[in-house]
Design a binder for this molecule. Structure first.
Ligand SMILES: Cc1ncc(COP(=O)(O)O)c(C=O)c1O
Length: 409
């Protein structure tokens, strides 16, 4: 979080004091650091530089077009999971030959869109999806490059709602089914099996499940004797939301990836989302009310689970930082909650916190990934603004949704 830090008790994003922005923008709003995004991308890229991978930013983590444009400028490709995301990515200027399309339920319309745009790979998640793509490609008289997604049955230690690589999860094909698909793939005349892909889950903080996945891939390549042009290793690299968490060490893994790449003479693709944008944003919010409960004080924010869903959805832990620090102590425990009429619309409880007053401002931390992209109009609340900082400059990258357009829909 080096681009988001305190200077003399005032929270700054790059060179801009958050307090100063409060006179310019109404809370709540997302606030990003552009340098943070660039730094994270370059760090990730440098880590794997020996393998020269194609890095396809996972758009579901953050689909703001201006952020996609920042990433495009520094060379990123994109991993999309819907026709809408694909259209956003194309609008951002990312070239089709850097786009991969994953997802278990692609519609005919989405498949046609992907084919028409000549994207690098459609990552297929079932035999029936492959049959449909083959049929559509035939009608369009095209031969389409596909990847086939493996479900390696690996239990990556993460929250159960973001695990994707176990046998019970809906993603990809089991080892046996994938091998038999590969061995019969020649029958699908309009498809070119260019890749094998895998994504075992999100917010993974240990290298071990990634290493185990490489072993399963080795086994499959050996059994199918297919020289895949691309091996798409997915995303899932965790960040440290909690102080005690240990950052994932990618050095070791990157050596294994390079060994694997050389041995199989393939091109590597990665699909990181959270690792690129997760720690690059805060959600600035006002304490609308303070309310005494029987054993704690509620700080009711003007941002809710509609604006930021991760806590309600995944029991995620996100610290809340005061926009201006003080040295006084709050009496008793304090729980930050939101305004939405759901018990789960709450953020975090502290036993000790600084003295907080009504109308103070705070910032929910590490909200750059699966923040704005997961927000909704629940309780008929408009989507909030997104602002990005580049050194000393701020610019709005999404305006707050107009309430009139929302109710006239
Ligand atoms: C297929 C695929 N690739 C990449 C990602 C990005 O994951 P992360 O943001 O954890 O890197 C996801 C997220 O769920 C995914 O489903």
């Amino acid at each position: 979080m080096s681009f988001i830090r305190y200077k003399k008790n005032n929270l700054f994003v790059e060179n801009v004091s958050v307090k100063r922005l409060l006179s310019k923008f109404n809370t709540p709003f997302y606030l990003y650091s552009e340098s943070g995004i660039i730094k994270n991308y370059n760090l990730f890229s440098n880590n794997f530089k020996k393998s020269k991978p194609l890095i396809c930013f996972s758009v579901k983590a953050n689909s703001n077009i201006q952020i996609l444009k920042v990433l495009k400028k520094i060379g990123s490709g994109a991993d999309v999971v819907s026709g809408g995301e694909l259209l956003r990515v194309i609008k951002s200027g990312i070239k089709p030959n850097k786009i991969v399309f994953s997802g278990v339920g692609k519609t005919e319309e989405e498949i046609r869109l992907a084919i028409k745009n000549n994207i690098l790979l459609i990552n297929v998640e079932s035999e029936n999806e492959a049959l449909l793509i083959n049929k559509i490609a035939g009608k369009l008289k095209k031969k389409i490059a596909i990847g086939i997604r493996l479900n390696p049955d690996i239990n990556a230690p993460t929250h159960k709602k973001i695990s994707t690589g176990k046998a019970e999860d809906k993603f990809g094909l089991s080892k046996t089914n994938l091998i038999s698909f590969c061995l019969n793939s020649k029958k699908l005349k309009n498809l070119r099996l260019n890749a094998i892909s895998v994504h075992i889950g999100s917010q993974i903080l240990s290298e071990n499940p990634f290493k185990k996945t490489l072993k399963v891939l080795e086994e499959i390549i050996k059994k199918t004797k297919i020289n895949f042009k691309f091996v798409d290793l997915g995303g899932g690299f965790g960040i440290t939301y909690k102080k005690k968490e240990r950052k994932i060490n990618l050095k070791n893994y990157s050596n294994l990836v390079e060994k694997f790449r050389k041995k199989h003479n393939c091109n590597i693709i990665f699909e990181p989302g959270r690792a690129i944008v997760g720690d690059t944003a805060i959600l600035v919010s006002k304490v609308q009310y303070l309310k005494k409960g029987s054993n704690k004080t509620f700080a009711i924010l003007n941002a809710g689970m509609n604006d930021f869903m991760r806590v309600a959805l995944y029991d995620a832990v996100h610290n809340i930082m005061p926009v201006v620090k003080n040295s006084k102590k709050n009496k008793g425990p304090l729980e930050f909650v939101g305004p939405i009429c759901e018990t789960t619309c709450k953020f975090i409880k502290y036993n000790k916190y600084q003295k907080l007053n009504q109308s103070d401002y705070v910032a929910i931390s590490d909200v750059g990934a699966y923040g704005a992209s997961l927000s909704s109009n629940y309780n008929t609340k408009p989507l909030i603004a997104e602002v990005i900082i580049n050194k000393s400059k701020s610019r709005v990258i999404r305006k707050k949704q107009d309430i009139k357009s929302l109710i006239n829909q």
